[in-house]
Design a protein around this ligand. Structure first.
Ligand code: CO
Length: 459
């Protein structure tokens, strides 16, 4: 049986281990080799890469994608997209979502993995539709979480809805690394039984379950798994590519991945790993196993945020109370999956409830917006008393939030005038206005400097 391998070193591993600080120049020389490895796809764009290119790396993200495409001719390129939020944290109007996907396609993208943090499929329907219209593979995604209302039946129902929306595959996305081997086996089996599409499993090694979870997912019929080349694997990253390929091949699965080539790829990344360890951008701690998430049923990243918050407020001795309050807040909010931005919202609120000595005395503007329905529909019922306490007589919106937004692509393009040299610049600006503006200015300055330099040489 065939099992596809998606290599994540350029996106999720990069994002999870070294805060997405891998510049294009550092990996350009291995791209052609990676293209011969036999990977099903290279996850190389989307997520935090776009923001990081503009903010920290002085790179045009669109350019990065075009350059990757130039060197990777055979292997499919893949990106992660947060539905109506694209690569940011707020909802964009539909015209922006459509433009963004069209340009991603033009720059060479093949597969778009589309998710919504609340699994509110209304927030991914436009992105799914446009991905299909552009002729790309739309991977409809389910965020995996544990709660009394997130049952197998509910996940299967979501998978069926994704089929109706035109998904080309179903991705189970376990962003926190809490999906156990058994849960993966049961969930993949149930989805494979209910739908005909390929199933993709994405997890993280954070809690140490990752490699076992992927193996059991494959045994249950998963068609594609995400892994990272070994020196950028494990911990908060994905399970190691080579170990999974080795194991699966022994069991008779065909991955199509050439183990001689993955060795060369790993050898290429080893000195890069060493360099990031030396500069402290890669903290060895993130590569270790942290099982606390299994005890508290919250993602490791969220746990360290809670600890940092309490430390900053000199209240670390209240950690146990905050950990007890966290599931109560989550229940009040209708059990949102604990993924960005919900994990932060729930954690901050639980901390505030404990430290104020009164529940919901202080409510953040994000939680208010959530209660108003601006993030979408909560998976479960939101505590009506909480809605009343925070919103008073104001009624939450029940429709799709993006329907309340005016189109903004053409308008922004006009406003930007010469500052934007292309539609891609306009999209970068809409996604991250201040950051993009700074990037445009720096680009201009760099070019002027270059022109002066050239002129002097000619003289
Ligand atoms: Co991930």
């Amino acid at each position: 049986m065939k099992v596809n391998i998606t290599e994540t070193v350029l996106r999720d591993a990069n994002q999870s281990l070294i805060a997405t600080r891998l510049p294009y120049d550092k990996f350009q020389d291995i791209l052609e080799k990676m293209d011969t490895a036999g990977y099903y796809s290279l996850e190389c764009w989307g997520g935090a890469t776009f923001d990081s290119c503009l903010r920290y790396l002085d790179e045009d993200p669109w350019d990065r994608l075009r350059k990757i495409r130039k060197h990777v001719k055979k292997t499919k390129l893949q990106m992660l997209l947060r539905g109506q939020n694209l690569l940011g944290y707020k909802h964009y109007p539909d015209d922006v979502v459509r433009e963004f996907i069209k340009h991603s396609a033009d720059c060479g993208m093949d597969i778009i993995r589309i998710f919504d943090a609340l699994n509110d499929l209304r927030n991914i329907e436009v992105a799914m539709d446009q991905t299909k219209k552009c002729g790309l593979h739309a991977s409809g995604t389910i965020c995996y979480t544990l709660s009394p209302i997130h049952t197998l039946e509910k996940y299967v129902a979501t998978a069926k809805e994704l089929v109706n929306m035109g998904a080309d595959s179903i991705c189970i996305k376990d962003m926190a690394g809490i999906m156990s081997p058994k849960e993966a086996y049961d969930l993949v089996s149930a989805i494979k039984k209910a739908v005909k599409l390929p199933v993709v499993v994405h997890t993280h090694s954070t809690t140490g379950l990752g490699p076992m979870t992927l193996l059991k997912a494959v045994e249950a019929g998963a068609d594609t798994i995400d892994t990272a080349i070994s020196c950028f694997s494990n911990g908060t990253s994905q399970p190691p590519t080579e170990s999974l390929v080795y194991t699966l091949e022994q069991y008779g699965y065909k991955t199509g991945v050439d183990q001689k080539v993955t060795k060369e790829i790993n050898d290429f990344f080893k000195p890069i790993q060493a360099e990031y360890l030396k500069s402290n951008l890669l903290d060895p701690v993130v590569m270790t196993t942290k099982t606390d998430a299994l005890t508290y049923q919250i993602p490791g990243g969220m746990l360290s945020n809670l600890v940092a918050q309490l430390k900053a407020q000199k209240a670390l001795d209240r950690l146990d109370e905050v950990l007890a309050e966290t599931p109560r807040v989550r229940a009040d909010l209708g059990y949102p999956p604990l993924v960005t931005p919900m994990s932060q919202m729930v954690g901050v609120q639980a901390t505030a409830n404990v430290l104020a000595g009164e529940r919901y005395k202080n409510v953040s503007k994000e939680v208010k917006a959530y209660l108003r329905g601006e993030y979408g529909r909560a998976p479960g019922e939101v505590n009506p008393d909480l809605i009343k306490k925070v919103l008073g007589d104001e009624q939450p919106i029940t429709g799709r939030f993006a329907d309340t937004l005016e189109p903004m692509f053409e308008k922004t393009k006009k406003e930007l005038g010469d500052k934007a040299r292309s539609d891609e610049d306009v999209l970068s600006y809409i996604a991250f206005p201040q950051v993009a503006e700074k990037f445009f200015e720096a680009r201009e300055e760099k070019e002027n400097r270059h022109v002066k330099y050239t002129v002097r040489r000619v003289d």
